[in-house]
Write a protein that binds this ligand. Sequence first.
Ligand code: ZN
Length: 179
Amino acid sequence: MGPYRIRIIGDPVLKQRATEVADIDGSLVAIVDDMLTTMYNAPGMGLAAPQVGIQKRFFVYDWDDRAGVLINPVIEESRGEWVFEEGCLSVPGLHWEIVRPKEILISGYDLDGNQVQIEADEVEARLFQHELDHLDGVLLVEHLTDEQRKEARRALRELALREPAPPRQVGLGASLGLG
Ligand code: ZN
């Protein structure tokens, strides 16, 4: 099937709540493979299914040079506050300082159907929170302050109006392209 096209802000698929994955089967394994390829090509640290037009609750990620997938994820606990300059493959070229909880405990399922729990802090916690937002139809722009939104309005409008096009290469800064 090959890599997917990453959907860009303005695409309605990014604003819908995705539904639970009912069966973890071979077709999901193949989709996850293609999503990982798409993520690495972007490049990004994570990619949620809705970003490639699949309305299901799972995302792929790469943390500590290890590829992973989390299916039907739930944040069980969150703690603290942390500011991080956050970007998104679906909002290419833009990034903002956004406050979110610093530590989380997230649970979900892996591709073998085993339940997993991950304690994550700082960038890793941010990555999971960002991807989970995508499953709820929430983009990082919804976390912007009024001031940030005002400054970004024109750039966001241009992105939202863009015709579907092949994903453009986005430079991966220290903190960009979470997914
Ligand atoms: Zn994103």
